[in-house]
Design a protein around this ligand. Structure first.
Ligand code: FUB
Length: 326
């Protein structure tokens, strides 16, 4: 695999940050990350150690320029339905309003998606009183497909609770399918015109292998785990995601926001730290991968730092693989 070798750059060292969702609004680059903290909760497979309490927003006028931290833009104690753990957010703009989407556990320890609204991309954001109807699991990522159509991609297994659902309904005993069965799919759902809800039932986003078959649950190097992102390049839809326990960012390409998507390859090899989570954005005619690792904290899984690097597309639309250890 060919590796892009330009150097990654961290965006901040005064706080820990992770799960960056990067967008260009009004000609400026905005980053909506998780805000990692040392909360003292022991590490486990449920992700209890990711015990985040608020969100910050970062912005940059130039990719190599100064990074502004706009401070705390939404906090747990201001959200009426809050339980715990504010995980990976994303943002979208429609008609001059900005919507921050975020997964958080409710008072019953169930992940739901919230939405908070602002007149400015940098917030502060005012949360709706209740979670989005029909929402579950984690890691919302919103694609603006054209002026009217916005789609949310979401879902994460293990601590992200996706294995506890089938056909959008909670099931009695939640577990991953057996290795030979089809993998659990990330979800895609069109948003309502007011951006506050789901306009339809979420659908499975199917990733196909080289034989046109859905990826299997046992295919840990390629199957979806968490951290979805969708971007468009040359009229194609690029769906990228984390493989979780094999720690890669992979991608698949399709012709519609709903898919199906054809598996294409690895964008980012494993980073320092357990989780890997990214976004892809075009800014001033260049394409960038925003991601995180735990190098600055000496490898602490729950204390991550956002960084970015330029990415390369070949003439056939494939993305070169980046070495996550850089
Ligand atoms: O930051 C908490 C969780 O870790 C995110 O929601 C996942 O994508 C993983 O990065």
């Amino acid at each position: 695999m060919e590796l892009v070798q330009n150097k990654p750059k961290y965006i901040a060292d005064h706080i820990y940050s992770a799960d960056p969702s990067a967008h260009v609004f009004n000609g400026k680059l905005y980053i909506y990350p998780s805000h990692d903290i040392e909360s003292g909760v022991p590490e486990n497979d449920n992700g209890d150690h990711f015990n985040m309490q608020d969100y910050h927003v970062f912005s940059m006028d130039e990719i190599d320029g100064e990074v502004t931290d706009h401070g705390c833009v939404l906090k747990l104690e201001d959200i009426p339905w809050a339980g715990r753990q504010m995980w990976a957010p994303d943002a979208a703009e429609k008609n001059g309003k900005y919507y921050l989407y975020f997964p958080m556990k409710d008072k019953n320890d169930i992940f739901r998606m919230g939405v908070a609204i602002s007149d400015k991309p940098e917030g502060p954001f005012i949360p709706e009183a209740t979670p989005m109807d029909g929402s579950y699991s984690i890691d919302p990522a919103v694609l603006q497909d054209n002026d009217e159509d916005y789609y949310m991609y979401f879902g994460g297994i293990w601590g992200g609770q996706l294995q506890r659902y089938r056909d959008n309904k909670a099931i009695e005993v939640g577990q991953e399918p057996a290795d030979h069965e089809d993998a659990l799919c990330p979800k895609v759902v069109k948003l309502t015109a007011d951006m506050k809800g789901f306009a339809e039932e979420p659908k499975d986003l199917v990733i196909l292998d080289e034989n046109g078959e859905p990826l299997k649950a046992g295919d840990h190097d390629r199957r979806y785990f968490e951290g979805p992102w969708m971007h468009k390049y040359n009229g194609k839809y690029y769906f990228s995601y984390s493989t979780g326990n094999t720690h890669q960012i992979c991608y698949a390409v399709g012709d519609s926001p709903y898919g199906p998507f054809q598996y294409k390859g690895v964008i980012l090899t494993p980073v320092v730290g357990w989780t890997t989570h990214h976004s892809i954005v075009e800014f001033k005619d260049k394409w960038y991968l925003f991601y995180h690792d735990s190098k600055p904290s000496g490898g602490k899984t729950w204390l991550r730092s956002v960084k970015f690097i330029e990415i390369d597309y070949s003439s056939d639309g494939t993305i070169s693989t980046i070495d996550g250890q850089m």
